[in-house]
Design a protein around this ligand. Structure first.
Ligand code: FES
Length: 247
């Protein structure tokens, strides 16, 4: 199988980037897109050219590190799929595959396809945890959690923090990510003691990071590989109002 990769190359956020085309042969449809990029990089090394920088960790759809635009869509053409799960069988022999980094002011390009998503880390630092005294872990069933509550918390907890929601949103809003992280913890009894502080501080940090406002277009839910619902954003807004009134 042979494809043409059209890949965004950029040395850092201070210089302009641009697309470069690479003809890559010797591929097969069972290779993942990232394996095809590995193959391209091996050829670039042999030609003494700079390799394409791209990010990944698990390559199993778990860690959220691998996000890029593939042919104009976050994580490529399929719903509920991360870039690392995308295989060449989704393309035809001879296709041109365009790959770009996430586009958002709050995610500056580090190099080529890698962007700096540390803004997400700073939001998490404001409340994406539960304060607990250290010591022996409590017995898992010490605090009973109803199935409906557990299901809602786990649905929010499915967010892998890849950034597709931000990159896809026309406003570059991080509302879906922030809402998922807040609702995951605020839904559970263990998260209740800090619920008002958590939502206030995390929303404030989100705004300070330069993300845009949510205008409920729903694009984030469509492109989220975990299918996180925009209902989480409405829930976050209600929690925020409650925190301001009663927190
Ligand atoms: S590399 Fe971990 S989700 Fe893709």
């Amino acid at each position: 199988m042979r494809v043409r990769f059209r890949i965004w190359r950029q040395d850092n956020a201070r210089v302009k980037g641009g697309f470069r085309d690479y003809e890559v042969d010797g591929l097969n449809e069972d290779m993942s897109l990232l394996e095809a990029l590995d193959h391209l990089n091996e050829q670039l090394v042999l030609r003494d050219e700079k390799v394409v920088a791209f990010e990944y960790d698990c390559r199993e759809g778990i860690c959220g590190q691998c996000g890029v635009f593939v042919n104009g869509r976050a994580h490529g053409p399929h719903a509920n799929m991360t870039t690392c799960q995308l295989h060449l069988r989704s393309f035809a022999d001879g296709d041109t595959i365009t790959i770009e980094p996430w586009r958002a002011a709050a995610f500056p390009v580090i190099k080529d396809l890698i962007v700096d998503r540390s803004a997400f880390d700073r939001i998490i630092r404001q409340g994406g945890y539960i304060s607990a005294k250290t010591g022996t872990a409590p017995e898992a069933n010490a605090i009973p959690v109803g199935k409906e509550v557990a299901d809602r918390a786990m649905d929010a907890a499915a967010c892998i923090g890849c950034g597709a929601c931000v990159a896809t949103c026309k406003n570059s809003s991080a509302a879906l990510f922030t809402a998922a992280k807040i609702n995951h913890l605020n839904t559970l009894p263990q998260g209740k003691p800090e619920q008002h502080r958590r939502v206030s501080d995390m929303v404030q940090q989100m705004e300070e990071e330069g993300f845009g406002h949510c205008s409920f277009t729903g694009a984030c839910e469509v492109e989220c590989p975990e299918g996180i619902s925009v209902a989480n954003i409405a829930e976050m807004n209600a929690r925020y109002l409650k925190a301001k009134l009663f927190g």
